[in-house]
Design a protein around this ligand. Structure first.
Ligand code: FES
Length: 121
């Protein structure tokens, strides 16, 4: 079966120098009359990782500050509301009120013209 989801351009590699690229998911996630979900991309250990910006604890966005998703050591993605910690490579929550849950991953690729993600179905 063919996957008809479109890749969505979200920025250039140098845009990650500020910590993360944030973007609105433009397809496949918003019902009519609702607010589109947002996502973010980080580079961790050289690999791009993209997730829906939604904490599994309360369903709210993870960050208060634009582009700030990592803890102070830069080891884990951290929810700014109650401090849950997530593994950057898998999105699994390893500490906090949603331990055992996980962020929703997004497919991400780096092409010569920039970084692209593919929204979930
Ligand atoms: S809302 Fe993220 S840990 Fe509570």
């Amino acid at each position: 079966m063919t996957d008809h989801r479109r890749w969505q351009y979200i920025g250039q590699a140098e845009d990650l120098n500020t910590g993360a690229i944030e973007f609105a998911l433009t397809a496949g996630t918003a019902e009519a009359g609702t607010v589109a979900q947002r996502g973010f991309v980080i580079r961790h250990d050289g690999e791009l990782r993209a997730y829906v910006n939604q904490c599994p604890h309360l369903g709210i966005e993870l960050n208060w500050m634009p582009g700030r998703f990592m803890d102070s050591d830069g080891c884990f993605i951290q929810c700014s509301t109650h401090g849950a910690l997530f593994l950057p490579d898998s999105g699994e929550c390893i500490a906090g009120p949603c331990q055992g849950d996980a962020l929703t991953p997004l497919e991400v690729v780096e092409q010569p013209d920039g970084i692209h993600i593919r929204p979930p179905e």
